[in-house]
Write a protein that binds this ligand. Structure first.
Ligand code: HEM
Length: 494
């Protein structure tokens, strides 16, 4: 054996011993985590996970390890919660303990713990409260949120009418419409659908969601250290985040130039006002960087989630034209063809309401929420989760829970209807998650979904380019976000 080979063997042996030692030490610090598949050093449970469909892999593992188990994402142990009961016991019954945010290395690389979505502690509480109050303020202001969405839905309808029922891929148009709603709250204005800057901006958000859900994105989340040195598409995530950040910074600068503290026009102005009020307070959380990150969070959270739900919904309604026809019949009966749908109508439209709920259940836009963490050492189902342990509430598994939904694999609005055709609530409906981290834009998203769905179906029948039976409603990919398959439709005027 030459000296080089001997050195190599020695090195490998030393590294292995070190890893075993660290792994053993790690085990001691683990409290008493639920059992799960045995992890390999460094790789964790990578071999048990399909990076193209991590959510399904976790669901499958729960069949073997039960509703609460531990999975190692690289070196990081995470407790996975499967099914309604386990998720509810954690996020709702032990609301305080499970309210911290866990690690999303891919997003953290950009936010560095700033903003709302990946922040913890007092900073999170203060910024979240400010965002919720400001969103409410603009929802209840002179031009109410409902009016803004109605106006945007009318613009969307006009664009669809221009297609003259020719085959059309609605992806980008719908994203621009939903983005305009949140933009009008944050920036104080909507954009023309052909505005160049706006097109770039919506394109960036679209790319981010694709990259976050791609296998490369998943690999980055599992192994952030080594992956940040390796070339590959995952590095575009940071670039894309930064480009979006520059767009926001530019907008903030423009706001500063015309800022009037006596008359805040939108979210950015309200934030600037608060910065001004607290500029002598060294402990204030209201700074320029935080403004950019918070705005970034709201734009990201508010654009693709709603548009993806609408896109999935339209595809599903083309597969089931009889369901689309029933929704249209209800629209005709309650709203008619001549006035814009309003949020008040929802209470009189149980079938449409059930269809929208079922679309959200079935399409699972954020199938595993965002990772949570425990705020302190936490007893849960006889286990002990040390403070900071990451927790994955698998919302997908709640929506597929056979104890809560009669036929969870099937799209069926009856999951939300009682025997007399009235709307029936179901506590296992959790697309916005639950507990303290519940989606901050839930109210806005619900309004948008109802108004966009009804306004479009009031004016058009959506027909596919293939036979309905051939439509594949399974997702294109499912990672952090579930991305539906691309498609074209004919928007046929009614
Ligand atoms: C159909 C549309 C939407 C869905 C399905 C959705 C779903 C979710 C989910 C599952 C979470 C993670 C909750 C958790 O960690 O347990 C979340 C968080 C969040 N969402 Fe949404 N969301 C939607 C629309 C929106 C809109 C319109 C906005 C913007 C106003 C928004 C802003 C946020 C923010 C800022 C967070 C982070 C909250 C925090 O960490 O405290 N979302 N959303």
């Amino acid at each position: 054996m030459d000296i080089g080979a001997a050195m190599l063997i020695l090195l490998v042996t030393c590294v292995s011993c070190l890893l075993l030692f660290l792994n053993g030490k790690d085990q001691k610090n683990k409290g008493r985590l639920p059992p799960g598949p045995r992890p390999l050093p460094i790789l964790g449970n990578l071999l048990q996970l399909d990076t193209k469909d991590i959510v399904q892999s976790l669901h499958t593992l729960s069949e073997r390890y039960g509703p609460v188990f531990t999975i190692h994402l690289g070196l990081r142990p995470c407790v996975v919660l499967c099914g309604y009961q386990a998720v509810k016991e954690a996020l709702v019954d032990q609301v305080e303990e499970f309210s911290a945010r866990g690690d999303v290395p891919m997003i953290f690389r950009f936010t560095q713990g700033n903003g709302i979505s990946l922040t913890n502690g007092e900073k999170w509480t203060v910024l979240r409260r400010f965002a919720v109050q400001t969103l409410r303020k603009f929802g209840m202001g002179k031009r109410s949120l409902e009016e803004r969405i109605q106006e945007e839905a009318r613009c969307l309808v006009q664009e669809l009418a221009q297609t003259q029922a020719a085959p059309f891929d609605p992806t980008f148009l719908i994203s621009r419409a939903t983005s305009n709603v949140i933009c009008s709250i944050i920036f104080g204005n909507r954009f023309d659908y052909e505005d160049r800057n706006f097109l770039t901006f919506v394109g960036l958000i679209n790319q981010i969601f694709h990259l976050l859900s791609s296998p490369w994105g998943q690999m980055y989340n599992l192994f952030p250290g080594p992956m940040s040195y390796l070339p590959g598409p995952h590095n575009r995530i940071l670039e894309t985040f930064e480009q979006l950040g520059l767009f926001v910074s530019e907008k903030v600068k423009m706001h500063q130039e015309s800022f009037d503290p006596n008359c805040p026009r939108d979210f950015i102005d309200c934030f600037l006002l608060r910065m001004e009020q607290e500029n002598q307070d060294p402990l204030s959380y209201f700074h320029m960087e935080t403004l950019v990150m918070t705005t970034h969070n709201l734009l990201l959270g508010g654009t693709e989630t709603v548009s993806t739900t609408l896109r999935s919904g339209f595809l599903i309604l083309m597969k089931y034209p009889e369901i689309q026809a029933k929704v249209q019949a209800e629209i005709d009966r309650v709203i008619g063809r001549h006035r814009s749908p309003s949020v008040e109508d929802r209470a009189h439209m149980p079938y449409t309401d059930a269809v929208i709920h079922e679309v959200q259940r079935f399409s699972d836009v954020l199938p595993a929420a965002l990772p949570h963490a425990v705020t302190r050492d936490t007893q849960f189902r006889g286990f002990l989760l040390p403070e900071g342990t990451n927790v994955i509430p698998l919302l997908f598994s709640v929506h597929k829970d056979p104890t809560q939904f009669k036929d969870p694999a099937t799209f069926d609005p009856a999951h939300f209807l009682d025997e007399r055709g009235g709307f029936r609530k179901n506590d296992a409906f959790m697309p916005f998650s639950a507990g303290k981290r519940v989606c901050l834009g839930k109210g806005l998203a619900r309004m948008e979904l109802f108004l966009f769905f009804t306004t479009i179906l009031q004016r058009f029948t959506l027909t596919p380019l293939t036979r309905p039976e051939e439509i594949d409603i399974s997702p294109l990919m499912s990672g952090l976000v579930t991305v539906p398959r691309p498609y074209e439709f004919h928007a046929v005027p009614r």
